[in-house]
Write a protein that binds this ligand. Structure first.
Ligand SMILES: Nc1ncnc2c1ncn2[C@@H]1O[C@H](COP(=O)(O)OP(=O)(O)O)[C@@H](O)[C@H]1O
Ligand SMILES: [Mg+2]
Length: 218
């Protein structure tokens, strides 16, 4: 059975598609059979990986030998081709989260924003059998004027059920540009081994390791 990882938050622009696409790119690079599901009706996950396809409900798009994508707006697709890892890219909002019971929820928190509404959010999330829980991932964190990491940690630590991903993902131009290039940070010009790339690869490897797919896992 595939390991399911879902990426969700009530807010747009906090890095859901960035995180979902990088997990898929990373897993595919490790030759883990991977499948991305664009539950967000905007289909950003598909556009982030492929060059401007026409969005067609339940269509399976082949991105590479190891990576397929399905456009399945606001629903779970009836059929997912065999895969070891399935990553769901949710639209903003939490009502929709009840359609899935993944092994792991990732909730990117925009480090530049206050953390409101999140409690309600987390309450609605159900972890599937044998699941690993719900992790908040601090994204786009940098220095002055932003929520300090320790304050964010304290606030998030008060939420039952929610764990904190140990390392924040920094706000970097390389991660930003990866969206325009439709490539992971390690494949864009001058991207590899920059701070953003190193953080992103460490994050992806950490998630795969947590779900039991680390160092190919099999
Ligand atoms: N860590 C980061 N550093 C810099 N830019 C980022 C980072 N994470 C996301 N972004 C950028 O922020 C924008 C929104 O990210 P996206 O993943 O599309 O958010 P969502 O899917 O939650 O709406 C994109 O342009 C993306 O490239
Ligand atoms: Mg998105």
């Amino acid at each position: 059975m595939a390991i399911q990882v879902a990426v969700a938050n009530h807010k747009g622009g906090c890095g859901k598609t960035t995180i979902a696409s990088h997990l898929l790119w990373w897993a595919a690079a490790q030759k883990i059979r991977s499948h991305g599901i664009a539950v967000d009706p905007q289909g950003n996950l598909i556009q982030r990986v492929l060059d401007d396809p026409r969005l067609q409900r339940e269509k399976v798009y082949r991105a590479s030998e190891w990576l397929d994508l399905t456009y399945s707006p606001n629903a779970m697709p009836a059929m997912v081709p065999p895969a070891d890892l399935v990553v769901l890219d949710f639209p903003p909002g939490f009502d929709i989260c009840s359609i899935a019971r993944p092994h792991l929820w990732l909730v990117p928190i925009d480090g530049r924003e206050a953390i409101d509404g999140l409690m309600t959010a987390i309450r609605t999330m159900q972890v599937g059998p044998g699941g690993l829980g719900i992790y908040a991932v601090l994204n786009m964190l940098d220095g002055a004027g932003r929520v300090p990491v320790s304050a964010a940690r304290d606030a998030l630590g008060m939420m039952p059920k929610l764990k904190m991903w140990p390392d924040p993902i920094p706000d970097t131009a390389v991660i930003q540009r990866s969206a325009e290039y439709r490539r992971p940070t390690w494949l864009i010009p001058n991207g590899k081994n920059t701070a953003g790339d190193t953080a992103m690869r460490k994050f992806c490897a950490g998630v795969l390791s947590l779900v039991g797919l680390g160092s190919k896992g099999r």
